[in-house]
Every structure is written in structure tokens, then in C-alpha cells.
Design a protein around this ligand. Structure first.
Ligand SMILES: Cc1cc2nc3c(=O)[nH]c(=O)nc-3n(C[C@H](O)[C@H](O)[C@H](O)COP(=O)(O)O)c2cc1C
Length: 288
């Protein structure tokens, strides 16, 4: 089962590389024979959540793995890491890695994993991108985060790597993947993500099963309040909601987001409410 799925996925991704190359080169060349692609998982993880996710991708795909390692690790406390990363972002002096430059020629697909820091990928990823040429490769981003950053980081990756084929991105919150059954949940989500990827789904297509946005009921507001009770980062005010029935209910709340002296902006907040008796509503992502 795992093998055949890997082959289907590899075939689909090989076609993605093929499409990109075909558009760039002469169309008169003979179609290249479909071949199983060679994949590598490249990731950075400070505290282990992204490492867990990288391990799940490696298992699912049967890929090689490269863990990017800082020459000088970030400090051990959250606040001092914030200060260190803030300074790196400010100066654009990306941190040295002990293994920045990698031999990637034999891979056509790079699964690139990172924690979200300051709304996008962690600084070691800039060092990796500066040191390696991903042109012509399929790049599959995946991340862990506190509240969000999946789409924004994938968009930045597309900008920085215009000659790579950056696909749909996968993300999961730190709270979910580090929960007691977090590795299992993450595995299910990775498998679902890989199926969507192999089927060529886009974020827009994946939104398909949701109803139209509608005014909030008291029950919607209660779901929102429960799921966001520990979210202290920015102020979120729900305006309307749409839902999707799965094994439980997915909610997409349109919210205004404010704080940190930023003008209020609109954002989508995704919440999952399990079936009755299976747990509390849970914050999945704040799309920023
Ligand atoms: C310096 C720093 C900045 C962070 N910035 C964000 C952020 O902007 N948005 C977010 O959702 N999470 C943010 N986080 C949370 C991490 O993305 C999250 O804890 C992640 O799962 C850590 O992954 P790791 O265990 O692999 O290091 C930040 C964490 C740190 C240490």
C-alpha cells in the first residue's frame, strides 16, 4: 500500500518537473519516459516538532533526509531565540550551518521543512536557499507553527525560488503535533496532504467543500471562544463563518485581526470541532 502510494506520488511529481521543463525547452523533443523520482527531505528544527513531521514525510515517501544544523545553536529560551532571530531578520545576516551546501543534483523533489518564525520560514532556511540551487526541482514545503504561516512561507519560497516548482504546502500546529497522539494525527494529515498533492489539488480547490460565509450563531461564537481561549498573540474578532462537515465539523471564521500596533486586517481562522464526546473545538490555523 505504502509502496504503491509512493510510486503514484513520485510519478505525479515527476510529471510536475516534466511540465516545468517542457515549458522552458523545445516541445519538439521526445517525451521523457516516466521514471520514479528521487526525493529528499531537508529540514531545520529547533525543538523537535518539525523533526517529527520530517520523519513522517520520510517514512511516507521513502526519501533520504538531511537535517540542517546551525553552526551556533539558538539560545535555549524562547525570549532569547526571539531576540536572536529578530536580529538576523533585521540585518538579513542568515546564520551559518555546518551543512549548508548539499549535493542535490540526484534529487528532483525536495521536501523542505521548517518551523515558522516571524511569520515565515526559520532563518536557517534562507542560508540553505542561498547555498543551493533548487532550479528545476519540485519543492514541497511543510512546516510547524504556533498559529500559522503555512501559506505566507510558501509564497515567500516561490518568490525566492522562481525557477523551482513550489507546490501546495503542508502545515500543522505545534500544539497538535506535540499532543499525546500528535504523531498519529500528523501522520494522517501528511497522508491526506500527499494524496491532495498527487491529485494536483490547490488550496482553492481544497476550500471547495465549505458552505458560503454566513452570520454567526451563538453556537459558532462559543466554538470560536473555546478554540481560541489560549491564543494570546493577536486580537481576533470573528465576523462570519462557513462550515464543512467531515468526521466532525471544520469552521472557517472570517475575522478581524489586530494588535502589535498594526492596523486591523482580515484573516481566516480554521477550527475543527470533533464529533460529540471526542474532545473540544481546536484551533487549526490562523491564516496570515
Ligand atoms: C523565534 C520564534 C519565532 C516564532 N514565530 C512564530 C510565528 O511568527 N508564527 C507562529 O505561528 N509560530 C511562531 N513560532 C512558533 C514555532 O513555529 C513553533 O513552536 C514550531 O513548532 C517550532 O518547531 P520546532 O520544534 O521544530 O523548532 C515561533 C517560535 C520561535 C522560537
Amino acid at each position: 500500500m505504502k509502496m504503491s502510494f509512493s510510486v503514484v506520488l513520485a510519478f505525479s511529481l515527476t510529471m510536475l518537473v516534466g511540465c516545468k521543463e517542457e515549458s522552458a525547452q523545445s516541445k519538439q523533443q521526445a517525451e521523457p519516459a516516466a521514471q520514479v523520482s528521487k526525493s529528499v527531505v531537508v529540514y531545520y528544527s529547533q525543538n523537535g516538532a518539525t523533526k517529527t513531521l520530517a520523519g513522517i514525510f520520510k517514512e511516507a515517501i521513502g526519501a533520504d533526509v538531511i537535517e540542517l544544523q546551525l553552526a551556533n545553536a539558538y539560545p535555549s529560551t524562547y525570549d532569547s531565540t526571539i531576540a536572536a532571530v529578530g536580529a538576523q531578520r533585521e540585518s538579513k545576516q542568515w546564520p551559518a550551518l555546518v551543512n549548508a551546501r548539499r549535493e542535490l543534483a540526484r534529487y528532483d523533489t525536495v521536501y523542505l521543512g521548517y518551523p515558522i518564525m516571524f511569520g515565515s520560514f526559520a532563518p536557517p532556511i534562507y542560508t540553505f536557499l542561498d547555498s543551493n540551487d533548487l532550479s528545476g526541482k519540485v519543492v514541497v514545503p511543510f512546516c510547524t507553527y504556533g498559529s500559522g504561516g503555512r501559506k505566507a512561507s510558501a509564497a515567500e519560497l516561490k518568490e525566492l525560488e522562481p525557477n523551482a516548482n513550489v507546490t501546495l504546502a503542508m502545515g500543522i500546529s505545534n500544539r497538535r503535533i506535540t499532543a499525546e497522539n500528535g504523531a498519529e494525527i500528523a501522520k494522517e494529515e501528511v497522508m491526506a496532504f500527499l494524496e491532495n498533492l498527487a491529485a494536483g489539488k490547490t488550496d482553492e480547490m481544497l476550500m471547495g467543500g465549505f458552505s458560503e460565509q454566513r452570520p454567526l450563531t451563538a453556537e459558532d461564537s462559543a466554538v470560536f471562544a473555546t478554540a481560541t481561549k489560549d491564543y494570546a498573540y493577536l486580537s481576533l474578532k470573528p465576523l462570519s463563518v462557513s462550515t464543512q462537515v467531515v468526521a466532525g465539523t471544520n469552521y472557517l471564521f472570517l475575522c478581524t485581526m489586530s494588535g502589535f500596533n498594526r492596523p486591523p486586517t482580515e484573516t481566516m481562522v480554521k477550527i475543527f470541532k470533533p464529533l460529540p464526546g471526542r474532545g473540544e473545538p481546536e484551533l487549526i490555523v490562523v491564516e496570515k
